[in-house]
Design a protein around this ligand. Structure first.
Ligand code: SAH
Length: 400
């Protein structure tokens, strides 16, 4: 099938996307599975993958790639480790191990974030701060997480520590913000558990407001350390614009934004809808979502903290209806509780955003068996150099 992808690539991709930067640690790091391919080939491969998994349902449109597929990650994580010779390194876990690969700069991470991480590493010595040792559970600094508002320029630094006592905390903050005045807020997160999770429960704001704001599709969003926020903002704007176009709202509809995170999609859609109901499991994200609605002066949206499946079952039991369901589940996809309740709510349209075409295929199979017809799959490249691909699919209720 001619997808027109070559034509689209020629028209969309700037010359800059064709230059290939080389990463010297890609084999050890393992984060970028498509490092050995030029960008155009990566897009073709993703297009083929989506066609293979979803092409039997309906037309797959040409993938939308980035003009300049570098430094796009607005969230950067580094783990800290002391090497046998005493040197402190920071970087990522080597794929499938607990060995740290040193990363000073990465081709897909925000460049300022990488610089801040190196500065923190350099400050450790003068402040005599020890790196946390996972085996002995001694030491202080475990991870650093940085979130950057690509549009706002605001920067959040999260210092993940093994114990809540951070000696000369104030001087450390002073030294770091002097080196990087761009930093808007610093959060101390305590994680003393033996876990592969980066962030612990407890948090203390030690500089600034404890959150950053960023603009997405002309709306301002507050993002806190634990809330989900898409890591590639320019591509997300394209994806969400398409999702909202597919929802085809005329101003009166009741819309459900399921797996809504900090409320992004629902808030962007709310101006075109009668009413929006958002549901999300993460309590910090729901708090952000409520603030975000106020911040954008949106009055026709409500958020619920709940498992999306349970929430939908509850709505179905109460005989509630919806005109449009927009859903954006995590990689595992949705579940039968959710999907079967969607059938009871009987929306005319379902707009299904997915970061995993395999689970989307499974869920589309269920929905097609039960009265919905997929009308088009639109792939977006949110994760250049990796094998991940994002899709948005429109489903229409048959006979509506
Ligand atoms: N639509 C949002 C978030 C998408 S990511 C955005 O674009 O920013 C998926 C979201 O689903 C995450 O915020 C995650 O916390 C949430 N989530 C995961 N499992 C869930 C469940 N069972 N019920 C509700 N939300 C869930």
């Amino acid at each position: 099938m001619d997808t027109g992808v070559d034509f689209l690539l020629q028209t969309m991709l700037g010359e800059k996307s064709m230059e290939k930067k080389v990463c010297n640690i890609s084999k050890k790091c393992g984060g970028c599975q498509y490092q050995n391919m030029i960008y155009k080939e990566q897009l073709k491969k993703k297009q083929k993958q989506v066609e293979k998994l979803l092409g039997s349902f309906c037309k797959v449109y040409p993938i939308v790639g980035m003009e300049y597929p570098y430094y796009y990650r607005n969230k950067v994580h580094a783990v800290f480790q002391r090497e046998k010779n005493g040197n402190i390194i920071s970087g990522v876990y080597q794929a499938g191990t607990h060995k740290v690969v040193k990363v000073d700069d990465c081709l897909i991470e925000d460049q300022l974030a990488d610089k801040i991480i190196v500065s923190i590493r350099n400050l450790l010595k003068s402040f005599k701060i020890k790196v946390y040792d996972e085996d002995t559970r001694y030491g202080l600094l475990r991870h650093v997480l940085i979130r950057v508002g690509k549009k706002s320029g605001q920067v959040m630094v999260v210092l993940v520590v093994g114990t809540p006592i951070f000696p000369s905390k104030n001087n450390f903050v002073k030294a770091l913000t002097k080196l990087h005045p761009e930093i808007s807020t610093i959060v101390l997160n305590v994680n003393n558990q033996k876990t592969s999770m980066v962030l612990g429960e407890k948090e203390n704001v030690i500089y600034g407001k404890g959150f950053i704001e960023d603009t997405l599709c002309e709306h301002v969003f507050r993002i806190s350390s634990k809330s989900f926020y898409q890591i590639n903002v320019s591509q997300t704007e394209r994806l969400y614009q398409k999702a909202i176009e597919l929802a085809n709202l005329k101003g009166k509809e009741r819309v459900i934004d399921a797996y809504c995170g900090i409320g992004t999609i629902g808030i962007i859609a709310s101006e075109k809808a009668g009413e929006v109901i958002g549901v999300e499991l993460n309590k910090d994200a729901v708090k952000d979502a409520i603030v975000n609605a106020k911040r954008n002066q949106i009055k026709n949206i409500r958020f619920y903290e709940n498992d999306a499946g349970k929430f939908m079952v509850g709505m179905a039991k109460q005989g509630e209806k919806a005109d449009v369901v927009i859903m954006d589940p995590p990689r595992a996809g949705s579940d039968e509780a959710f999907l079967s309740s969607v059938l009871t709510l009987a929306p005319k349209r379902i707009v299904y955003i997915s970061c995993n075409p395999e689970t989307q295929a499974r869920d589309l199979k269920y929905l097609t068996k039960h009265g919905y017809k997929p009308e088009g799959v639109y792939p977006y490249d949110l994760f250049p150099w990796t094998s991940h691909v994002e899709t948005v699919t429109l489903l229409q209720k048959v006979n509506s």
